[in-house]
Design a protein around this ligand. Structure first.
Ligand code: SAH
Ligand code: ZN
Ligand code: ZN
Ligand code: ZN
Ligand code: ZN
Length: 424
């Protein structure tokens, strides 16, 4: 139901060659989708048939086109007849009320509510699938202002329904507002509120357009408009997602843009904001060496942990990665960001320029300290451990020399830095 599966490899300690298998690209929990197949497995006719039936049963009840028709009818209804079923997460037409009579309704759905579906729909928080965490107004407004100040006119919103929504709603309300957005998201509920040229049902882990060639063409057209100029892609994927799979899809979207073949931008990349936690910096740079990480802390509404530091909660670890020149990304001074003239970028107030590293080295907003032995800056809570020959928390368990790497079994490194991983 989520489109093509991804090929994974199961590794076991001490073995270099793992066994390869296919699993669902979108669901990282077998309870949400139990698709599993060894790469070399022969699948029987019966199992294939069962799979096909399963897929048929897991299609959305209405098509996008049908949902668009329904919406047109819905807005013609007087306020008193506009109901939304909270259980089915669906706008209801009067003939359907009966069928949902045991469900909870929201009544008197206003035009304003229809223009902010992210407030009407409940967020799909399941961490292993949708992980839908909506931007706090502060962050959403910041992103939009930044996009406008940078002169962009079109936004490809990949997994950013709330950004899409404020753009759409401003475009319909303010006459001189010229920015437009196309939403690509796996959450099909949004097809009830947006036309086929405003939303494509899309899986960002396998670059799959559920609407087939027509939907792909919608996306291509959007990117091609205005000769491909002044368009930026903004994406905020689930943090549990595989960076490799995401990067592969984003590269495909980038090359879709590149096909505009406008002279001059052959060597250029489509401008992009990839919103992701700072601890994925090295992974993202591995796939996109032209990217850099901005200090801006992105906040969320429904994420208890990732709210702005100023409210007394923990600071958000979520940042913006971009291929635009860092000095162009102006961060709000009133929130404590300042411009470092040496690094030529805005940094958070606690981020001190280290003379030795010659850069503003803090990743989490706190002031980091330089360790001469490690030859780099480290978190303020870390101390140099002579046993491990690196900096770590004071009460860390020293790395046992006999415990080898989980992937290849050799000593001297951990799974995350295993040299055999890059090969598989
Ligand atoms: N902060 C953003 C929402 C990010 S949450 C905002 O406020 O607009 C992650 C988003 O990615 C959700 O909208 C979710 O539906 C979408 N998503 C999750 N898995 C996806 C997938 N495989 N393909 C496309 N979109 C996906
Ligand atoms: Zn219902
Ligand atoms: Zn330093
Ligand atoms: Zn150290
Ligand atoms: Zn140690």
């Amino acid at each position: 139901p989520s489109g093509p599966a991804l090929l994974f490899v199961k590794t076991s300690r001490g073995k270099e060659e793992g066994r390869r298998f296919y699993a669902c690209s979108a669901c990282r929990d077998r309870r949400d989708c139990n698709f599993f197949q060894w790469e070399d497995e022969k699948v029987s006719e019966t199992r294939l048939a069962a799979r096909e039936e399963y897929n048929r049963n897991h299609q959305p009840f209405f098509t996008h086109r049908q949902n668009v028709e329904r919406y047109k009818n819905f807005v013609l209804l007087p306020l008193s007849k506009r109901k939304f079923c909270q259980e089915c997460q669906q706008l209801l037409l009067p003939a359907e009320w009966e069928k949902h009579s045991h469900h909870q309704f929201l009544c008197d759905i206003s035009t304003a509510q229809l223009k902010s579906p992210s407030q009407l729909l409940y967020p799909l928080e399941n961490k292993k699938t949708n992980a839908q965490y909506l931007f706090a107004d502060r962050s959403c407004q910041f992103l939009l202002d930044l996009i406008i100040d940078l002169g962009f006119r079109r936004v490809l919103s990949v997994g950013t329904p709330r950004l899409h929504e404020i753009i759409q709603s401003k475009a319909s309300q303010e006459e001189d507002f010229r920015v437009r957005s196309l939403l690509l998201d796996i959450d099909f509920r949004y097809s009830q509120f947006y036309a086929e040229d405003e939303f494509c049902h899309y899986n960002m882990f396998n670059h799959y357009f559920f609407g087939g060639e027509a939907a792909r063409e919608t996306c291509r057209k959007f990117l091609y408009e205005d000769n491909g100029e002044r368009v930026i892609m903004v994406t905020d994927p689930p943090f549990g997602g595989l960076v490799e799979a995401l990067a592969s899809s984003f590269k495909k979207l980038m090359s879709m843009w590149k096909e505009t073949e406008k002279e001059g931008h052959n060597s250029q990349e489509m401008p992009m904001f990839w919103i992701f936690p700072y601890f994925f910096e090295s992974r993202i740079l591995e796939f996109f060496p032209s990217f850099s990480m901005m200090d801006y802390q992105v906040d969320y509404d429904n994420h208890a942990l990732y709210k702005h530091g100023k409210t007394g909660r923990r600071q958000s670890p979520v940042r913006i990665f971009t291929n635009l020149t860092p000095s162009m990304i102006v961060l709000p001074v009133e929130e404590g960001y300042r411009f470092c003239t040496i690094c030529q970028r805005y940094v958070s107030s606690g981020n001190q320029h280290c003379e030795t590293c010659n850069s503003c080295t803090s990743k989490d907003g706190r002031r980091w300290k330089h360790c001469v032995l490690c030859k780099k800056c480290v978190k303020p809570s870390w101390f140099h451990c002579n046993n491990c020959n690196c900096c770590a928390l004071q009460n860390h368990a020293c790395e046992k020399t006999d415990a080898g790497c989980f992937v290849c079994g050799k000593a001297g490194h951990k799974r995350s830095t295993c040299p055999s991983l890059s090969r598989t």
